[in-house]
Design a protein around this ligand. Structure first.
Ligand code: SF4
Ligand code: SF4
Length: 374
């Protein structure tokens, strides 16, 4: 269930919309790894159930936070506006300070994203701190820096979920995140990871071969992983419709799994068909995006709102955002925030307007390469 709530898919133009429940028979792990993986899965699942209970009882704490320890990336995907090629890692003590603030807020899940988090030299220490503070630890990575040793050390640090987004079967000018480039790492993950692994494939205009998403989903399931499919959105996280062929493939991937969160809402199907949907986005409150500068934003697609330092982000501000009607809601594709919002969609109508905004954070440093996938 957790993978369904992860959002930033390491393809910042795509959001996963469906989790396929993968059979475990494909795992290549030995008995010891399989046993530790099973144990961690059961424990994490128990904590996730507690997380849901806590979220239903109280609306006062964040459920999911994406945090960025490293804006730099080792790749340069042609559609991406969420990386640079020079910035330094956030010092580990500063990361711990931010995590302490989030833990004190009562946050349930932390997902580490980027840039490329595996470039952070003390990533394992960040993960250990997340676990030490009682939060569920996940990570989204392009996977290129994974080695057998790194997979083991991430597991020993306490990582619970890892997601890799794969754009295509063979690398091309737009993306190197191909199944061909990553397949050996996927096999190592299948063999050595004691954490849950989710593979996100991508559909949408600009993706050369839509069938690739199906190939990637099948490979993920063969290796014992879960699989999600993402749909390309525009630079504001807004809807772009799939064509008929893409919808057919999307529906086929949807049938691969036995369980689906989508049974509980029409969001995923609406996104695929670019239909507007009615929901209450609780970003800035139940979901936070904390950038490398330590500023809180609504989400990766609305950076700059509210753009307040985490250390100054008060319970009153969270409550204000909880009750704020987001102008970008009806055409939003950011599924992780939508799925967090399901916990509260049935209560507390949003009647407030966004706070007056401070000047947006300096973002000129981020590389903005047009919309190659449109
Ligand atoms: S450039 Fe880096 S951060 Fe951006 S999508 Fe590619 S791998 Fe992910
Ligand atoms: S509706 Fe919420 S999650 Fe979607 S783009 Fe707007 S702020 Fe982000």
């Amino acid at each position: 269930m957790y993978t369904e709530r992860q959002g930033i898919s390491h393809n910042p133009m795509a959001e996963e919309v469906k989790t396929v429940a993968a059979p475990r028979k494909g795992s290549r792990a030995n008995a010891s790894v399989r046993w530790r993986k099973r144990l961690r899965f059961v424990r994490t699942r128990a904590r996730e159930l507690r997380m849901i209970g806590k979220a239903l009882l109280s609306t006062k704490h964040p459920v999911l936070v994406h945090i960025i320890p490293m804006r730099r990336c080792n790749l340069d995907c042609g559609y991406c506006n969420e990386y640079d090629d020079f910035s330094k890692p956030v010092p580990v003590e500063e990361m711990k300070r931010r995590l302490d603030i989030l833990a004190d807020m009562g946050t349930s899940i932390i997902t580490i994203s980027g840039g490329e988090p595996l470039m952070h030299p003390e990533l394992e220490e960040v993960i250990r701190h997340i676990r030490k503070r009682g939060m569920i630890a996940g990570m989204i990575t392009n996977g290129f820096l994974l080695s057998k040793e790194r997979i083991k050390s991430l597991g020993e640090a306490g990582l619970e979920h890892l997601q890799i987004s794969i754009d295509c079967v063979n690398p091309d000018d737009v993306s190197k995140k191909s199944l061909k480039s990553l397949d050996s790492r996927l096999e190592w993950l299948s063999e050595f990871a004691v954490f849950q692994v989710n593979i996100n494939s991508v559909l949408g205009s600009g993706v050369k071969n839509p069938e690739d998403a199906l190939t990637i989903a099948h490979r993920a399931i063969d290796l014992g992983f879960t699989s999600t499919v993402g749909i390309i959105h525009d630079h504001n996280g807004q809807l772009k419709p799939l064509d008929d062929k893409q919808i057919k493939i999307f529906e086929e991937i949807m049938t691969l799994g036995k369980r689906s969160f989508s049974r509980f809402n029409d969001f995923q199907h609406n996104v695929a068909r670019a239909k507007e949907h009615t929901w209450r986005c609780r970003s800035g409150s139940r979901y936070l995006y904390v950038c490398e500068d330590g500023l809180v934003h609504w989400c990766s697609q609305q950076r700059g709102y509210p753009g307040i330092p985490l250390s100054q982000y008060t319970p009153e501000m969270r409550q204000h955002e909880y009750l704020t009607d987001k102008f970008c809601g009806p055409r939003c594709t950011v599924s992780c925030v939508q799925q967090v919002a399901m916990l509260d969609n049935w209560r507390d109508p949003q009647t407030r307007k966004p706070m007056p905004m401070p000047p947006p954070p300096v973002s000129g440093d981020l590389i903005q390469i047009g919309s190659a996938q449109r």
